[in-house]
Design a protein. Structure first.
Length: 221
């Protein structure tokens, strides 16, 4: 680049840093939940090289399922620093072998295309041992998050989804849930059970969310 730039490392890791294309030449889904990032800008002088990542696990950020040849490129962008873009990198190739896909990625593949607009993002959740307001059950969780114009974390609205190996009854008391209880929405053909919690604010932006998710997963009550 011909201009001096400033770079904040955390910005690049948390803000959709790569363009990854799969064997079908389609963009691989970015599943990282995103975050507000803080940090001190590091100057990058003209002609200087900057080692952006020592190590990074792209499978925690992108939903990679299909075996075959992929390409990856660090994408051009300003990453919130200034109006001068960080240039795109060269394109590298890598191969994915056949194997057992991650459970989260299997769910994301089924559920990502029902998102009503580009502000919504589907990401793995932090499973707390049980669906909201219910008894413990082994499983995983996903979160649909809608990111607002303000860009502030406090303005994000979300829909929580849980997949469990067994049914989870309503807990007698759960101080963590503040009286909120997730709804049981059915069982899939593999015997997994599903629960959902849609906040009132989320219903304003996606009123058919529960129905759309039930249909996409082909759940039976």
């Amino acid at each position: 680049t011909s201009n001096d730039l400033k770079w904040i490392d955390d910005q690049g890791k948390a803000n959709f840093p790569f363009t990854i294309k799969g064997p079908d030449n389609q963009d691989v889904y970015y599943k990282y939940s995103g975050a507000q990032t803080l940090g001190s800008a590091e100057p990058v002088d003209t002609g200087e090289y900057k080692n952006i990542f020592e190590k990074i696990d792209i499978t925690t950020m992108y939903s990679i399922i299909k075996p075959g040849k992929y390409t990856i490129q660090f994408r051009e962008g300003n990453y919130g620093i200034n109006n001068e873009s960080i240039p795109a990198s060269n394109i590298l190739e890598f191969n994915v072998k056949d194997g057992t896909p991650d459970k989260y990625d299997v769910l994301i593949k089924k559920l990502k295309d029902i998102i009503p607009d580009k502000r919504w993002r589907l990401s793995p959740g932090e499973y707390q041992g049980s669906p909201l307001g219910r008894k413990p059950a082994k499983g995983v969780s996903l979160v649909y998050s809608r990111h607002p114009d303000s860009g502030l974390k406090g303005d994000v609205v979300s829909i929580q989804l849980w997949q469990t190996e067994s049914e989870s009854d309503i807990a007698e008391s759960d101080n963590k849930s503040d009286g909120k209880i997730s709804d049981y929405i059915g069982r899939d053909t593999g015997g997994q059970h599903y629960y959902i919690y849609v906040s009132e604010k989320a219903k304003e932006f996606w009123p058919s969310a529960k129905k759309d998710i039930i249909s996409s997963l082909n759940l039976k009550s």
